[in-house]
Design a protein around this ligand. Sequence first.
Ligand code: AP5
Ligand code: MG
Length: 219
Amino acid sequence: MRIILLGAPGSGKGTQGDMITTKYGFPRISTGDLLREEVVAGTPLGEIAKTAMERGELAKDELVIEMVDKRIQQDDCRDGYVLDGFPRNIPQAQKLEEIDRTREVVIEIFLEDAVVVKRLSARRICSSCGMIYNLLVKVPERMGVCDSCGGKLVQRDDDNPEVIQERLHVYHGQTEPLVEYYRRNGVFHRIDGDDTMQSVFEGICQVLDDALSETESQN
Ligand code: AP5
Ligand code: MG
């Protein structure tokens, strides 16, 4: 089963994706994280994606699709996986269906833009393990240090006011049409993201538990 987490920048896709991995064991595949790794490693792919990411625009479809295709063929994705930040437009969604025809469940974490801006301004991430923090609601025990691995906490380059606005603009223009696309396919669920992390997760678990028991009864 494929779980697709849709949602605006800062809506909590990474946070909830990690919670899904911990509870259900499906690996989380974040195209944003994969692209940032390529940028840090200075690969040709990273070089191409860097400018788009700094501006808050989408990287080229072919690059991202190839990266996802490679990743989902790995062994740990055999029983299912969680996609965080992919697909981000209808062509990516259609290509994904061609690559892997597995059953899909789409969950949109819905959040108003004003809340997004507040959350992203307070976000910090671990530069070593990628753990996500927030200076308002998920504060590290020691300022600037990751609780999990001791790595240095940093602010993402694209978490500045201008780029956040551009990312929101791109989300509403290019990614939001996927809501209607998946609604028509009958696999769409919307969860209110403006609640505690635990409450949002409970809503997601209800959707996933229903989907998993349906899959079991079909087998
Ligand atoms: P990506 O890394 O995917 O960024 P994004 O979509 O903008 O989403 P974020 O990672 O900013 O937010 P999130 O929803 O994961 O929220 P989080 O859990 O961290 O993409 C970056 C760039 O890569 C793109 O702009 C593009 O250039 C490129 N890219 C990626 N995928 C692509 C694709 N498919 N095609 C083309 N280009 C692509 O939470 C945010 C904050 O809120 C954290 O501080 C967290 O602690 C806090 N928080 C979470 N939940 C709650 C809660 N319930 N209450 C209070 N605070 C909360
Ligand atoms: Mg994320």
